[in-house]
Design a binder for this molecule. Structure first.
Ligand SMILES: [Mn+2]
Length: 326
C-alpha cells in the first residue's frame, strides 16, 4: 500500500511539472544536496519552457557557487502567487519562513514537498518523501528520468553534487545500489566528478582551516572514545577570524576518529543560542536525541538548538548520548 501511494505521489508531481508553468523552489537550509537539487530541477523546468525562481533563505555556501544555473536565484518573495512552490530537502514546514505557513498562499497556489528526511511531516499538498533515498538529488533524478526529460551535463553536475554531498562521496551507510546506479547514469554525461568532489571536500578557506584546528584542540571523549565531541565558542570563531556559518558542516570532520560511535559539535552563536550537530555510526538514532531538544533529522545525522551556555548544552546532550552506552 505504502509503495503504491509513494508511486502515486511521484506521478502526481510529474504531472504538476508537466502542466504548470511558474515555479518557486526553496529549501530550509542551503547545502550540497538542497542547492544541487534545486538547481537541477530549476534548469530542467527552464529547459521545458517553464519559469523557475530559486529562493534561498540563507546565503548559499561559497563552495557551491560553481554550480550552473545560478541566474534564476531571487531574494524576494513573488509579488503575485506562482503556480507551484516546490520545497526540497526540508523535513518540516516549521523550518520555513519562521514556521509561519499563513503567507504560503501568497507565494504559490500549490505546495509540493520533495524530501528524504524520515521525520518529514508531510506539509505539502503533494508529498514525495523517500527516506530510502540517500539524497533529495536521487529523487529529482528519478522524477526527471520518469518524465523522460533530458539529463543535460549541467543538470548532471548539480545532481552529482547533491548525491556526493549527502553521502560523503559514497562513504556513508545511506548509500544503496541505486545511489551508484544513479551516479553511473550522471557520469555518462561526461561531467567532471573530480572537480565536484574537490569543490565539496577540498575547498577550505583559511578561516575554515583555522577553525577546524580549534575544533580538534577542543576535542573531548567519553566511554573509551565511543562518544566524541567538541565545541566552538564565540572566542574560537573570533580567533580563527571565521564567520559562524564556517562551522555549519564541521561536525563531519570528526568522522575520522577511530573508536567513535557518536559524535557531536556544539557551536555558540552570537545570539546566545547553542547549535548542536549530532552524527552516528552503526545506526544509533541521534535524531531521537535531537528531538528531545526540539530538533530532528536523520537516524545518523541530526541537529537541535538550545538556549544556554556552551557548558550547559554539552552537559545536557552528552548525558542523553550516554544512554546509548550505559
Ligand atoms: Mn539531503
Amino acid at each position: 500500500m505504502k509503495l503504491k501511494r509513494k508511486r502515486k505521489n511521484k506521478v502526481q508531481i510529474e504531472q504538476v511539472f508537466k502542466e504548470k508553468n511558474s515555479f518557486f523552489l526553496t529549501t530550509a537550509s542551503p547545502d550540497g544536496d538542497s542547492v544541487g537539487s534545486m538547481q537541477a530541477l530549476g534548469i530542467a523546468l527552464q529547459n521545458h519552457g517553464k519559469k523557475a525562481s530559486l529562493y534561498f533563505p540563507e546565503p548559499v555556501p561559497e563552495n557551491l557557487n560553481f554550480l550552473p544555473g545560478k541566474n534564476a536565484v531571487v531574494s524576494e518573495l513573488p509579488a503575485a502567487p506562482l503556480d507551484v512552490m516546490v520545497v526540497m530537502d526540508t523535513g518540516s514546514s516549521r523550518l520555513l519562513f519562521d514556521g509561519d505557513k499563513r503567507g504560503w498562499g501568497k507565494i504559490a497556489k500549490q505546495i509540493v514537498n520533495i524530501d528524504h528526511h524520515p521525520d518529514n511531516d508531510r506539509f505539502g499538498e503533494i508529498n514525495c518523501v523517500l527516506p530510502e533515498a540517500a539524497s533529495t538529488g536521487e529523487i529529482i533524478f528519478q522524477i526527471l528520468t520518469h518524465l523522460n526529460w533530458e539529463i543535460t551535463p549541467d543538470i548532471a553536475s548539480c545532481l552529482l553534487t547533491a548525491v556526493m554531498a549527502d553521502t560523503g562521496i559514497f562513504r556513508y551507510p545511506n548509500v544503496t545500489d541505486s545511489t551508484y546506479s544513479i551516479a553511473s547514469s550522471l557520469l555518462k554525461t561526461k561531467i567532471d566528478n573530480g572537480k565536484i568532489a574537490r569543490q565539496l571536500y577540498a575547498s577550505y578557506s583559511y578561516p575554515y582551516a583555522k577553525l577546524l584546528g580549534r575544533m580538534f584542540s577542543n576535542l573531548k571523549k567519553k566511554h573509551d572514545g565511543k562518544i566524541a565531541w567538541s565545541s566552538l565558542s564565540q572566542e574560537d570563531f573570533a580567533a580563527a577570524e571565521a564567520a559562524e556559518d564556517e562551522g555549519d558542516k564541521m561536525v563531519e570532520q570528526l568522522d575520522i576518529l577511530k573508536e567513535v560511535h557518536v559524535f557531536a559539535l556544539f557551536r555558540e552563536m552570537k545570539d546566545g543560542i547553542i547549535k548542536i550537530s549530532l552524527r552516528s555510526r552503526n545506526n544509533l538514532p541521534v535524531n531521537r536525541i535531537a528531538s528531545l531538544f526540539g530538533g530532528g533529522g536523520h537516524v545518523q545525522a541530526a541537529g537541535c538548538k538550545i538556549k544556554s551556555t556552551l557548558k550547559e548544552a554539552e552537559q545536557k546532550v552528552i548525558q542523553e548520548l550516554d544512554s546509548f552506552f550505559t
